[in-house]
Structure formats: C-alpha cells, structure tokens
Design a protein around this ligand. Structure first.
Ligand SMILES: NC(=O)C[C@H](N)C(=O)O
Length: 345
C-alpha cells in the first residue's frame, strides 16, 4: 500500500502544474566569484549572470517554471533610491502579469533588508515576492547560494506564501521583509529578526508558524506605480561625543528628515537637543530610532517628543526607518501622520 501511495504522490507531483516564477537578479554575493574555493569572504560580488545562476541548480526545474531577468549586476551596498524605484516598478509590473505566480529577487545581503522593506511597503499584490542572497560566493566551499535560491523559488511558487508581505528566505528561514535584518556579517546565519522567523523551508516544502500583522503590500497606502522620486533622509549615528555636526551637515545637504540612530532608547545628548529642535523648527523631521539592534523606542520616554514635535521609529532599525520616512514624506509633512505611519507599518 505504501508503494502505491508513493507512486501516486510522485505522479501527482509530476502532473500538478508547476508555478511560474520569475527570478530578478540584482547581483550580490549570490552572484559572486572568488579566486579559490577557500575564499569565502574575499571575492568579487555581482559576477555571475542570472541564467548561469539558474542553470547551476538543476533541481529548480522540478519545482517551478523559471525564467530570469538581469535587472542590475551590483553589490547591494551600491543600491540607490533610483535603483530601488526601478526594481520596485519591475516587480509591480510582473506581479500584475497573470502568467506570473511568484517573484524571486536575488540580492546582495548588505542592503537586502532595505529592499525587502521597501517592496513590502510599495508593491500591491498578494503574490509571493521573495528576496534572497548568500553569504558565500558560488565558488566557495559550502556555498550557501544554491540552497537559498532553491528555497526561495519553493517559497515563491507556493500558494501558502501569498498575502504575507515580501519575504526574505535565507539559511532555511522564512522571515518577514519588514523586520528581517542582517545581524552577522561573517556567517551563513546572517539574517534574523527580533520577532523570529515566520517559517522554514525544508526539502522543498514550506512550514509556517506565524504571520505578520503590520500593514503591507495590498493594504499599504504607498504604491510604487505612483512614486517617481524619494526625498533625502539621513541617518545620524549616535555615540558619545557625537557632536551636532552630523545633523547640521545632513540638513545642509538637503535632508528632509533625520533618523537619529540614538544610543539606548533613542537617546539624544544634552548638547544636541537644541540643534535638533532648531532643525525641526526649520521644517526638518526628527525621527528617533536606536542603534541598539533589538527592542523599540518609546514615545515621550528619554525625550518629550510631543513637545518637540519629533517622531519615534517604533521597532524599526535606523535603515528601515529611513525607508519608511522617505516613503511617508511623499504623502505627508505632518508629524502626527508620520507617527501614525510609524505605528502602523
Ligand atoms: N553577502 C553579500 O551579498 C555582501 C555584498 N557586499 C552585497 O551586499 O552585495
């Protein structure tokens, strides 16, 4: 009986139509190449074209009908707002295509968390969008890109991934694009979230344990199809003896908002308070976040945000807060609205 059932399962797998998944390649280490197999950290990112990446994992053909598109070939530290918009608009167009069931974006890991958050805030779709990278180039021993890509394609082709916002698949984990963050820069377990993974991919199957509750994709008020530019938002990193020059220089350079990556609970040094209040009075928004990777910044604790007309970034790290602030400023200049947005997304 078991043999009959195994045969039937195999036949169902063969006859069930495979999902159509598009791989959008942007570069990164997952497309990297090093001089020797021992080079896990010394290599050139963004070398291998998308068709070669796909051809390198023949098992992909078992789980999806795949085609690749080379959007960029860059290391992800070189992402700009313009590139984010180009990528977002392409993802949105593909998501509207009835012949596309899911989208995978291969991406460098350095700014993968920004791109994943940006897409989850701006692309209106239920279809799975999965961002994936690797920590070792394909030429290295124990390269992690092949399994990560396979897992990403599995997740993107799986109906159970729909409506969960943009996902990050790395190292067997399925994470929310909202709060997945690069937390270790030398190991394959690079990505995590203080709120935990949503699920796992194991041997070509997805397993889910939670779902995001914050607004995303179809429920978002931001729409990539209507955004053609983003304002400059600067992150000013908090430390002892940080001075006030970082904030001043950011505003001189045209920043419309400053994400203050404060110490502790988004603290502001006594000697900087008046500078930030003056910049706010001049129209620049001050968003208090924290350089501490976990936890969240409380409103009116540490600083009287109501009195100063400042915003807090909630649990978003500075780089995520920068993305949300830039998007929010395309729609409002009102502090209360900005704060609402930071609570809701
Ligand atoms: N692991 C990586 O992908 C790092 C690389 N610097 C990138 O972000 O493109």
């Amino acid at each position: 009986a078991q043999t009959a059932q195994t045969a039937q399962t195999a036949q169902t797998a063969q006859t069930a139509p495979k999902p159509n998944v598009v791989v959008l390649a942007t570069g990164g280490t997952i497309a990297g190449a090093g001089a020797s197999a021992a080079n896990s950290a010394t290599y050139q990112a963004a070398k291998v074209p998308v068709d070669k990446l796909i051809a390198g994992v023949p098992e992909l053909a078992d789980v999806a009908n795949l085609r690749g598109e080379q959007v960029f070939q860059i290391a992800s530290e070189s992402f700009t707002n313009d590139r984010l918009l180009t990528l977002g608009k392409r993802v949105s167009a593909l998501a509207k295509d009835p012949g596309v069931d899911g989208i995978v974006i291969t991406h460098g890991t350095d700014t993968l968390e920004e791109t994943a958050f940006f897409l989850t805030l701006t692309v209106h779709t239920d279809k799975p969008i999965v961002v994936v990278g690797s920590m070792r180039p394909g030429t290295a021993m124990s390269a992690d890109g092949t399994l990560n890509l396979y897992d990403a394609v599995v997740a993107a082709g799986d109906k159970s991934s729909r409506g969960k916002g943009v996902l990050v698949v790395m190292n067997d984990d399925i994470l929310s694009g909202r709060d997945a963050s690069k937390r270790i820069n030398i190991k394959t377990s690079a990505f995590g979230s203080q709120w935990g993974a949503l699920g796992s991919v194991v041997e070509g199957r997805t397993y889910w344990f939670r779902a995001p509750v914050k607004r995303h994709t179809n429920a978002s008020e931001f729409d990539i199809d209507r955004i053609d530019g983003l304002p400059t938002v600067a992150i000013v990193y908090g430390s002892g003896e940080m001075g006030t020059w970082g904030a001043e220089a950011a505003v001189k350079a045209g920043a419309k908002a400053i994400v203050h990556a404060g110490t502790g609970n988004g603290s502001v040094p006594d000697y900087e308070v008046e500078t930030l209040r003056r910049l706010r009075a001049g129209g620049v928004h001050i968003i208090r976040s924290a350089r501490v990777p976990d936890g969240f910044v409380l409103r009116n604790s540490e600083q009287p945000d109501d009195k100063y007309d400042w915003v807090v970034a909630h649990d978003l790290n500075p780089q995520k807060a920068k993305i949300l602030a830039a998007l929010a400023l395309t729609r409002t200049n009102d502090t209360k609205e900005l704060q609402r947005i930071f609570w809701e997304y």
